[in-house]
Design a binder for this molecule. Sequence first.
Ligand SMILES: NC(=O)C1=CN([C@@H]2O[C@H](COP(=O)(O)OP(=O)(O)OC[C@H]3O[C@@H](n4cnc5c(N)ncnc54)[C@H](OP(=O)(O)O)[C@@H]3O)[C@@H](O)[C@H]2O)C=CC1
Ligand SMILES: Nc1nc2c(c(=O)[nH]1)N=C([C@H](O)[C@@H](O)CO)CN2
Length: 237
Amino acid sequence: MSASPAPILITGASQRIGLYCAERLLDEGQPVIATFRHERPGLARLRERGVPTLQADFADEAGILAFIERLKEHTDRLRAIVHNASEWLGEATPGEEARIFQRLFNVHMLAPYLINLHCAELLERSSPADIVHIGDDVTRKGSAQHIAYSASKAGLDNLTLSFAARLAPRVKVNGIAPALILFKPQDDTEYRARTLAKSALGIEPGAEAVYLGLRYLLDNPYVTGTTLTVNGGRHLK
Ligand SMILES: NC(=O)C1=CN([C@@H]2O[C@H](COP(=O)(O)OP(=O)(O)OC[C@H]3O[C@@H](n4cnc5c(N)ncnc54)[C@H](OP(=O)(O)O)[C@@H]3O)[C@@H](O)[C@H]2O)C=CC1
Ligand SMILES: Nc1nc2c(c(=O)[nH]1)N=C([C@H](O)[C@@H](O)CO)CN2
């Protein structure tokens, strides 16, 4: 029996929420394996702390399966998988709709689906074991500006239910559905004010709000098939 704890895999952990959660887990002595698509400055901080950083593009099946093969070269067990990788794309480019639709479904649904199926055995060598899908509160009502994005995140919510049923009792499977957590640097004042007004609490909480949800799901032995809403009371407005 290995003395060191099994690692937690976080996808899309080179920046923002994924990077933040990776560093908070490391601070607590939890080993992490991180995936990234493009090289970014935050990866150096993870590498300095001994985190294997695996380049992976989940835009198609070949990229997903190639990642799974490389992951298994790095570990034979996992404490948890956090499916965080995501693109927030709208229907902005005429003629590009089908390509964007496919890309969003691949990163938000095909990647979690294939990684969960192919890596369940790694999770089952750890106890407790968890899968956490990072979704989006927008699935509650859909989005006129991000139709394919919202639909693909709704599909991810359904994967939570199916995998929770399939992998119980050895693996818990849950989701976190955030609304605004972090603005992007390019978001202008008007957009920020308009977005903050959409929730009852009216704040930009930062990545800690998602990490606290992740911590709860990892620590609670009696929660599975659940999606935590972390939306500042957006449903109340
Ligand atoms: N930020 C927010 O306010 C909210 C976030 N969420 C959800 O929370 C999670 C984290 O959000 P946030 O930190 O803002 O996410 P980001 O937009 O920063 O994306 C996270 C990472 O996903 C990676 N990624 C994108 N496409 C692919 C792909 N095809 N294959 C592999 N990796 C890919 C990106 O890589 P690269 O560096 O190459 O771009 C990026 O670093 C996401 O699932 C998001 O949908 C939900 C609601 C609100
Ligand atoms: N992959 C991403 N998904 C989402 C992001 C993001 O930056 N990356 N941002 C949002 C917005 O904050 C939205 O919740 C409020 O306008 C949604 N999803």
